[in-house]
Design a protein around this ligand. Structure first.
Ligand code: SF4
Length: 472
């Protein structure tokens, strides 16, 4: 399962905003590894540099030195292979003259297709296949007089998930959709302001966390200071997978440190599914904290049964089928000294298609484990995501097709326990009604999704579907 994109922005006259953004994007690299980009403005001109690759591959001294100005936005992108194009790398620049904006987007617009048709009929042209360009053109199509009202107009027309960094020649805007599906926060540095998908990016550049940007909020940052405009919000729908897997454990969302939430998920799993075992291990890195939690609560010793090769990037292993078939062997190496003859509790974040988990179980058995008891921090995923998470079709989701005992047999584990929804909410320690949990429950927060052809839910993936559910 992959998430889609990290957003960063900085307003800091007198600072090297491009370099600050570069380090911010570094901290957000886990949110997208296919392309990276930075746009800056000096008040006269907006410059953009965006390429395919990791942040460290895209930028060098030369490219950063051309990105001058006092405002910057940056973006890390994840996309499916089909739309992995240079043209889709963000930030994208849309408009002409003083009516130009640079935009960086994390999320997914559900009604992008009808908006695209409407804007095309009005003469707006599109150079990418990303719904982000629909957002940008929608803002530019507004007849309102100022940028805040133009953005407001777009927010009233858009349906879906969007955490945005938007830059004009003179201002930086941070915008979060009324559901608050993806996180976005505000920070301060000496003489300036920072916005970021996650608070860990603020820490790395020495910025101070100020607050979350609220669902339905527009934050405007300019020479006049920081202003906030709040749109009406109804149901909130923060993606609970930010807590389970997407966000970095050292980030804080809604006042809850992700590391603590994951630790508590492991503790809840130990309560819900106790087992007599000699070793607890979390699948690195996403389930490391949950493994510690399980060990704490169960008093079963914690150890590392798998070591992760952290430098195998997706970019390098994708193109070659033969190498891709090596699968988890490229990623993990078992430690027989830890596993030999033991009954092992292995904690992981989630099971989506069920293609990786059997390989990991096999590796641990090959390392000498006598028994493998899988414990999963997410409840069974039975419905696809239409909010921009590249997950699977309903047909491909293993928990939609098999009972839990059948999944256990399929992955080759001796026992399997999925954390309950109540256990998950207890671990996250926030009100249940602020979250989207549609991939567990099928209760999609956006009406248009409920109206989708049932067949589409059965057969369509976000990447196969029409424009409406393409990713950025
Ligand atoms: S459906 Fe699942 S993955 Fe998608 S936004 Fe909702 S909780 Fe997140």
């Amino acid at each position: 399962m992959r998430e889609s994109c990290g957003v960063f922005g900085v307003y800091a006259p007198g600072e090297d905003v491009a370099r600050l953004t570069f380090f911010g994007l570094f901290a957000l690299q886990h949110r997208g590894q296919e392309s990276a980009g930075i746009a800056t403005t000096d008040g006269k001109k907006i410059r953009v540099y965006a390429r395919m690759g990791l942040v460290s591959q895209v930028f060098d001294e030369d490219s950063l030195s051309h990105l001058v100005g006092h405002i910057a936005i940056g973006h890390n992108r994840y996309s499916t292979r089909g739309s992995s194009l240079r043209a889709n790398a963000q930030p994208i620049l849309v408009g002409k003259g003083s009516n130009t904006i640079a935009i960086a987007h994390n999320g997914n617009i559900v009604n992008a297709e009808p908006l695209y048709k409407e804007l095309s009929e009005q003469g707006y042209t599109f150079h990418t296949s990303a719904d982000t360009e629909v957002i940008a053109n929608l803002i530019l199509s507004s007849h309102e007089k100022n940028w805040v009202d133009k953005i407001r107009y777009a927010m009233h027309r858009l349906q879906g998930a969007y955490s945005l960094g938007i830059m004009t020649r003179h201002s930086l805007f941070a915008v979060r959709d009324p559901f608050g599906v993806r996180p976005l926060c505000l920070g301060a540095i000496d003489g300036g302001w920072v916005v970021a998908s996650e608070s860990c990016a603020l820490d790395h550049i020495g910025a101070r966390f100020i607050r979350e940007i609220e669902p339905g909020e527009i934050v405007s940052i300019s020479e006049n200071g920081v202003d906030s405009y709040q749109e009406e919000v109804g149901r909130r729908a923060l993606c609970i997978f930010e807590y389970i897997y997407f966000a970095r454990p050292d980030s804080v969302i809604n006042g809850r440190l992700l590391y603590s939430a994951r630790l508590a998920m492991g503790e809840e799993l130990a309560e819900e599914y106790p087992v007599d075992a000699g070793l607890v291990m979390g699948v690195p890195d996403s389930a490391t904290a949950a493994g510690i939690g399980y060990s704490h609560r169960s008093n079963i010793p914690l150890g590392e049964g798998l070591l992760k090769n952290r430098y195998v990037g997706r970019t390098f292993i994708e193109p070659d089928q033969r190498i891709r078939d090596l699968g988890v062997k490229l990623k993990f190496n078992p430690l027989p000294q830890m596993l030999n003859g033991k009954r092992v509790v292995m904690v992981d974040d989630s099971i989506v298609r069920g293609t990786t988990t059997p390989q990991v179980v096999k590796l641990v058995r090959r390392g000498g484990a006598r028994e493998v008891h899988m414990r999963i921090c997410a409840p069974p995923i039975r419905y696809p995501c239409f909010f921009g998470v590249d997950m699977a079709t309903r047909r491909e989701l293993i928990a939609a097709q098999k009972t839990i005992p059948e999944v256990k047999d399929f992955i080759g584990a001796d026992s399997l326990g999925y954390l309950s929804i109540d256990g998950l909410i207890k671990a996250v320690a926030l009100p249940k009604d602020i979250f989207c949990m549609a991939c567990f429950t099928g209760e999609y927060p956006i009406p248009v999704q409920l109206e989708m052809d049932k067949l589409a839910l059965e057969t369509t993936t976000p990447q196969q579907a029409p424009f409406a559910i393409k990713e950025r």
